[in-house]
Write a protein that binds this ligand. Structure first.
Ligand code: OKV
Ligand code: MN
Length: 241
């Protein structure tokens, strides 16, 4: 019995080894789990559920397999695949969750989120995020022809690579005060997120109580997964793809 958490796979047709490793992970491990939580950035980019990219079909079929083995799969949007919609989620037979949520894992309350909203030292990104999350902006973007959306997306990705070069590592990490505030607001002592690509289990004290922040790793050369067992033990593991 295990509940699994992953994030930041950044799947794309340019990284077939990561896709292969993910499909392998689903068949070998996730299929035997109690549940799989994907905490954002499953995909490197998402320009709409109508994108005919064959990678998407392949991933949807593999995720839907979990459902036929009675393994529920839950998805929280990342900063890249925030446009992933109901239509694609249905194909994957996965449940879309709100941007942050307190779940019960074997009797313990845990706050789960992608983690980008904890990066409060990067006001430039938070402004970009607010703009991109505007439903009217999203509706206009989604009404554009696919090739135009593609063009805009690759331009934005190039610009982002450029501006990220000028950002310090403190700016690119979560703000410790934002983390503490988030735990307190939600009356929890455990938080799981991804986004920063700095896998770790950080111990903290909240209201005099031992508390933990788990940061999931990105999938680059290796895969990264958090396993929680019914005794609430945490195992943050790295495995070859
Ligand atoms: C996702 C990020 C690219 C960061 C564009 C409105 C706009 C949606 C979009 C286009 C880009 C997602 C959907 C992508 C995240 C980037 C670059 C930086 C920091 C509009 C709504 F602008 F036209 F109005 N997009 N794509 N970035 O390529 O997946 O998160 S994306
Ligand atoms: Mn991210």
């Amino acid at each position: 019995m295990t509940t699994l958490f992953i994030a930041d796979l950044h799947l794309s047709e340019h990284e077939p080894a990561i896709t292969a490793g993910f499909l392998d992970f689903l068949q070998r491990e996730a299929i035997h789990a109690d549940a799989l939580y994907i905490l954002g950035d499953l995909f490197e980019a998402w320009i709409g559920d109508d994108d005919p990219n064959p990678l998407h079909t392949q991933v949807a079929q593999a995720l839907a397999e979990l459902h036929s083995h009675n393994v529920p799969c839950y998805f929280i949007h990342g900063n890249r695949d925030f446009l992933l919609g109901k239509r694609f989620a249905k194909k994957c037979k996965m449940t879309l969750l709100p941007e942050q949520l307190v779940i019960n894992v074997y009797g313990e309350s845990v706050l789960i989120l992608h983690g980008d909203t904890l990066c409060t030292d990067d006001p430039g990104y938070l402004r970009f995020r607010q703009y991109m999350h505007n439903p009217i902006i999203q509706a206009i973007y989604l009404a554009l022809p696919l090739f135009v959306r593609q063009k805009i997306a690759s331009k934005l990705r190039n610009e982002s690579t450029m501006t990220n070069r000028t950002k310090s590592s403190v700016m690119m990490d979560v703000n410790p005060l934002a983390v503490i505030a988030k735990l307190k607001e939600n009356h929890v002592y455990k938080i799981i997120h991804g986004h920063t690509h700095r896998p770790a289990i950080h111990d903290m004290t909240i209201k005099g109580r031992l508390s933990q922040r788990v940061v999931l790793g990105a999938w680059h050369e290796n895969g990264s997964v958090l396993r929680i067992k019914p005794n609430n033990s945490l195992e943050l593991a790295t495995f070859p793809l």
